[in-house]
Design a protein. Structure first.
Ligand code: C5P
Length: 226
C-alpha cells in the first residue's frame, strides 16, 4: 500500500505522516530530507547555488543512502549520517535552489520509486508525491493550514532544535517557499484525487485519526469490491 501526503511547510505533514506510518506499521519516507541532503552536500562542497550544472554535479556524485522505518527517515551523504544537520536554517534557505533543478528532481523521483518498490508499503510525504511520483497510490492526502499557524508551528520546531529565529523570518521564508512549492500538488487537487485536510484548528492526534480513518475505510472498500 502506498499513501502520499503532500502540502506546504508547516502544515504538520511530516509529524502526521510519521505517526500514521507507526500506526499502520509501515515505513515512512520524508522526501524533503532527500532534497535537503543534496542541499547540504552542495553547501559542504561550496557549490554555486545559482549554477544548475554545479548542483547537478553534486547530486550525481554524492552518495545518498535513505533508511526508512515506521518512525524515522535517516539520511546519509557520502557515508555520514546528516539527518540532524538537515534542519539547519542554512540548509532550509538553499534547498529551493536544489529542488528547482529538473535533473535533480528526476534523479530523486527515480530513487523514491526504487525505495517504494523495495519496501512494498510506504507513507511518503513531500510536495509532488501524489501528482508526479506515485499518481497510482492507494490514498492521496493534501494537508494545509493558515500561514500564521504554519509559521507558528515551524518557529517552535526551530527554536526547540536550538535555532534562533523570529516569527517574521519564518513567515517570510514560508511565503517564499509556498510560491514555488504549491505548483507541485495543484494538479492533484484540480483532478479531485486528493483528500484535503485543513489542520489549522486540529490537534496532531486529530489529524492522525482522520488520516488513519480514511486509509482504513479505503482498505475496507477495496476489500469489499475486490
Ligand atoms: O518538507 P521539507 O520542508 O523538509 O522540504 C524542504 C524543501 O524541499 C521544500 O521547501 C521543497 O522546496 C523541497 N521539496 C520538493 N519536493 C519534495 C519534497 C521537498 O521540492 N517532494
Amino acid at each position: 500500500m502506498i499513501i502520499t501526503i503532500d502540502g506546504p511547510a508547516g502544515s504538520g505533514k511530516s509529524t502526521a505522516a510519521r505517526k500514521l506510518a507507526a500506526r499502520l506499521e509501515i515505513p515512512y519516507l520524508d522526501t524533503g530530507a532527500m532534497y535537503r541532503a543534496l542541499a547540504y552536500a552542495a553547501l559542504q562542497r561550496g557549490a554555486d547555488m545559482r549554477q544548475e550544472a554545479d548542483l547537478l554535479e553534486v547530486a550525481r556524485t554524492a552518495t545518498l543512502d535513505v533508511d526508512c522505518g515506521p518512525t524515522h527517515t535517516r539520511v546519509r551523504v557520502d557515508g555520514h549520517d546528516v539527518s540532524e544537520a538537515l534542519r539547519d536554517p542554512r540548509v532550509s534557505e538553499v534547498t529551493a535552489f536544489v529542488a528547482r533543478v529538473q535533473g535533480i528532481r528526476d534523479l530523486l523521483v527515480r530513487k523514491q520509486r526504487e525505495i517504494a518498490a523495495d519496501l512494498g508499503s510506504l507513507v511518503t510525504e513531500g510536495r509532488d508525491q501524489g501528482s508526479v511520483v506515485f499518481p497510482d497510490a492507494d490514498v492521496h492526502f493534501v494537508l494545509d493550514a493558515s500561514l500564521e499557524r504554519r509559521a507558528e508551528r515551524r518557529m517552535h520546531e526551530m527554536i526547540a532544535d536550538g535555532h534562533e529565529v523570529t516569527f517574521a523570518w519564518v513567515s517570510e521564508n514560508l511565503q517564499t517557499r509556498d510560491g514555488i512549492d504549491s505548483r507541485q500538488w495543484l494538479p492533484l487537487l484540480a483532478a479531485g484525487r486528493a483528500i484535503i485536510i485543513d489542520t489549522t484548528d486540529l490537534k496532531l492526534s486529530e489529524v492522525v485519526d482522520r488520516l488513519e480513518g480514511e486509509v482504513r475505510s479505503r482498505c475496507r472498500t477495496a476489500a469489499h469490491s475486490g
